[in-house]
Every structure is written in structure tokens, then in C-alpha cells.
Design a protein around this ligand. Structure first.
Ligand SMILES: Cc1cc2nc3c(=O)[nH]c(=O)nc-3n(C[C@H](O)[C@H](O)[C@H](O)COP(=O)(O)OP(=O)(O)OC[C@H]3O[C@@H](n4cnc5c(N)ncnc54)[C@H](O)[C@@H]3O)c2cc1C
Length: 289
């Protein structure tokens, strides 16, 4: 402690030294006047932030990281979750644009910041506290103080009915908010194998926000009481309880549903969900704490 300095002053000086030491290690990216092409910039030795996944979340995180004058890198491989869909509905300022176009525009927003993007998979992630190391599929290593896992989720789609996987994001959708307004007043179908009970009835009626004409494919006899069935029938809902065996794309963007008996029905959309919960797409190997 300096002569004449109180413990309180010394504590303040220590705090200032701590804060300025932190600031000294922040090296902002190159100035906006000298932008480099994303993807051709080598990753620096120890970054502030590694962002894994260049989807909607990852790109948003990257923009804030760059604007915060942090040194970071985006590492990504593979498509975003809604890549099969031609339009993304309900995305502020980009309603009904293609997901690829929205993401391309978001990448363009990063250009002035010279924020590097590496096209590779993060296959392993280790570390703790303020030091993490990621191994990439191209053999590179990226080290960073913080990691943002913006890796999204993957839909696990059922093998049957045939054609459902191929129609995913086209004639088959999971979310009436993403794709539903366009079909208001139309003819829709909902694939609900194992439909049962009051909660099942509620799931069916939820889709009637779009249209009254709802066809429900239950893939077997639904566990519904006479009262449940009466409610659905009174609301104009049709149940088909024989197995749905095939989903084909229709001419106008809808689907043709073929059932076990050979019955074929055209609908504007089939709403369906994965075979189970979505799975997180995290690095294959990881040990972080
Ligand atoms: C068919 C369909 C249609 C949809 N339509 C709409 C819509 O109209 N409107 C709407 O708002 N939402 C829609 N959604 C939901 C939307 O897709 C998600 O909300 C959104 O994609 C989530 O963004 P995200 O950044 O979290 O993940 P994602 O967009 O999935 O991005 C994650 C990225 O991380 C990458 N990644 C994963 N693991 C690794 C790794 N180890 N290394 C490197 N990269 C990795 C992935 O490949 C991917 O590119 C739809 C979803 C589906 C399935």
C-alpha cells in the first residue's frame, strides 16, 4: 500500500487494475474499413467466444459478440432445422421468406465486423471455467474462454408412413403457427397415432383454429370414449382409424394420404410430429463442467 493511502483507496485501485487488465486482453476485430471475407480468416489463439451452429440463434449470438468487440468465431456444419421448408412463417421482418435466404442475409450482416465463420463440425468439446477447446472435423482446434452452443435440435422422424420423411417441411408440417394461416378455411389432416383421452381431443381441436375441416389419422383404433367421439363429431372432425401407409406430395403443394384399405384422400397439409422428442445436436464427444 502507498504511504498515506487508506485501505479503501487501495481496494479501489486493486479493482481498477483488475478491470483494466481485463480490458487489455480484448482485441477487437479489424476495423470496419478493412473487412475480410467470412470463412477465410484463421481463428486466433484464445478467443473470447466460440459459437457452435450457424442457425438463427448462432447468427444472432455472433452479431452481439461482434458488436461487443469480443473476438469470436462461428463454427457450423449441416442445415438448420427448418431447411426442408420453402418458407419460414412468423419470422419478424422476414415473414414467408425461405430459411436459406434469411440465414444468408444474417451472415451478410456480419461482414462489416469481419467475424470469422468456419464450415466444419465441432466433434469434441472439452474444458471448464474460462478455457474450452473444440476439435473440428477438419482437424483444427479452436480455444475460447466461453462457448455458446447454438446447435438447435434434430427431428427424429418415423420410418412409416412411407413418404413422410420426404414430405417433411413441404406437405408435412409440425407447427400450425409456422404453416397454417395460408391454409385457413381449407382441408387439413393431423397424424396422431395412439390418440387417446381428453388431451387427445384437445390436440385435435387445437388445429381447428385453422379450419373446421380436420381429418385425424390415428393409425389404429383410438382410445376415445363415446363422449369424446361425440364432441369431435359435433365439431365436424373426421376420424380415420385404419393405418396410414403412404404420404405423397400433391400437385398444389398438399398431400395425398393413402390408407391400408387403399382409400386415398387429398389434403392441403398433414401435421405430424417426430417419432419421439427432438434430440439436441451437441458435439459427439464432450466433457465440460
Ligand atoms: C419443417 C420445419 C419448419 C419450420 N418452420 C418454421 C417457420 O416457418 N417459422 C419459425 O419461426 N420456425 C420454424 N421452424 C422452427 C425453426 O426451424 C427453429 O426454431 C430454428 O431453426 C431454431 O434455430 P436454432 O438456431 O436454434 O437451430 P438451427 O436453425 O437448427 O441451427 C443449428 C445449427 O447448428 C448446426 N450444428 C449442430 N451441431 C453442430 C456441431 N456439433 N458442429 C457444428 N454445427 C452444428 C446445425 O447443423 C445447424 O446448422 C420449423 C421447423 C421445422 C422442423
Amino acid at each position: 500500500m502507498l504511504r498515506g493511502m487508506s485501505p479503501h483507496d487501495q481496494a479501489n485501485l486493486d479493482l481498477i487494475a483488475l478491470l483494466t487488465a481485463h480490458l487489455n486482453v480484448q482485441t477487437p476485430h479489424a476495423s470496419p474499413e478493412t473487412p475480410e471475407e467470412p470463412g477465410v480468416h484463421a481463428a486466433p489463439a484464445l478467443l473470447d467466444v466460440l459459437i457452435v451452429g450457424v442457425g438463427f440463434a448462432g447468427l444472432s449470438a455472433a452479431l452481439y459478440t461482434a458488436r461487443g468487440l469480443k473476438r469470436g468465431v462461428l463454427v457450423t456444419s449441416g442445415p438448420s432445422r427448418n431447411a426442408p421448408s420453402p418458407h419460414a412463417g412468423g419470422v419478424f421482418a422476414h415473414d414467408r421468406q425461405s430459411p436459406a435466404a434469411i440465414l444468408a442475409e444474417a451472415r451478410d450482416d456480419l461482414r462489416p465486423y469481419n467475424f470469422p465463420v468456419i464450415e466444419a463440425e465441432v466433434t469434441a468439446l472439452t474444458g471448464h471455467g474460462d478455457h474450452f477447446t473444440a476439435v473440428l472435423s477438419d482437424g483444427q482446434e479452436v480455444r475460447a474462454r466461453k462457448v455458446i452452443l447454438a446447435t438447435g435440435v434434430r427431428d427424429v422422424l418415423p420410418e412409416t408412413p412411407a413418404g413422410l420423411r420426404e414430405q417433411w417441411g413441404r406437405g408435412v408440417h409440425h407447427c400450425p403457427y409456422c404453416y397454417g394461416w395460408e391454409l385457413r378455411g381449407g382441408q387439413i389432416a393431423v397424424y396422431l397415432p395412439g390418440l387417446s383421452g381428453l388431451s387427445g381431443v384437445q390436440r385435435v381441436l387445437y388445429h381447428q383454429k385453422i379450419t373446421r375441416d380436420v381429418l385425424v389419422c390415428t393409425d389404429g383404433v383410438a382410445a376415445l370414449t363415446a363422449e369424446h367421439r361425440a364432441v369431435l363429431s359435433a365439431q365436424g372432425v373426421t376420424l380415420i382409424e385404419e393405418p396410414l401407409v403412404r404420404v405423397d406430395g400433391g400437385a398444389g403443394g398438399g398431400v395425398t394420404l393413402t390408407f391400408a384399405s387403399g382409400l386415398a384422400v387429398d389434403r392441403d397439409v398433414l401435421y405430424a410430429h417426430g417419432a419421439g422428442p427432438c434430440v439436441r445436436s451437441w458435439p459427439r464427444r464432450w466433457a465440460v463442467w
